[in-house]
Ligand binder design. Structure first.
Ligand code: ZN
Ligand code: ZN
Length: 180
């Protein structure tokens, strides 16, 4: 994800657009492996400032994750804004602490967007992997995927008998009188 910037640096104030697609290796986040279904699309603009190169753009990816409730794999689209400042490492000494923390240093005639792109995607990914917002997960007793319908354990037999008894009781004429 390298962009040649030698020419830009010679002309402060100038901008250059970029747009490319690239395969990314799977990421591991909090024990979850996130794989990219297709090449990541990156586009934007680099603007040459006096000391910094500003990058503004967007990243788009489709990833495969595993639902944290039902464990089924699912695809998720991620769109993330890209906003970075690249500073030549030769000028790093001129930066104050805050700017140094935020800027990405680079040496030579190219900036590499790979780290920035990966970080932008990680920030934009929903923390909790869910195949759908209301995924009911798995039955803790039989392990069935509850989004495919209830299982036999969904209603405990004991409760069912109790419920039937209650209905019977309510149907008795005396019970009705008591309620009145
Ligand atoms: Zn799920
Ligand atoms: Zn069950």
């Amino acid at each position: 994800m390298r962009i040649h910037v030698a020419e830009l640096r010679r002309h402060p104030g100038q901008s250059e657009s970029f747009s490319f697609q690239q395969e990314l290796a799977p990421l591991t986040l909090a024990g979850e492996t996130i794989t990219f279904i297709e090449p990541v699309r990156v586009s934007g603009k680099v603007t040459s400032g006096r000391a910094v190169l500003s990058v503004v753009g967007r990243v788009e990816a489709r990833v495969r994750r595993e639902c944290s409730r039902c464990l089924a794999p699912f695809a998720e689209k991620v769109v993330a804004p890209l906003e970075e400042e690249f500073v030549p490492s030769s000028q790093a000494a001129l930066l104050d602490e805050k700017a140094k923390e935020q800027a990405r240093l680079f040496a030579g005639e190219e900036i590499d967007l790979k780290e920035a792109v990966t970080e932008a995607l990680v920030l934009a990914l929903p923390m909790k992997a869910l195949c759908r917002p209301d995924c009911p997960g798995l039955c803790p007793y039989c392990g069935r995927e509850l989004k495919e319908g209830p299982c036999a354990c969904a209603v405990e037999p004991k409760d069912e008998r109790l419920a039937a008894l209650k209905d019977l009781w309510a149907a008795r004429p005396e019970a009705r009188q008591e309620e009145d």
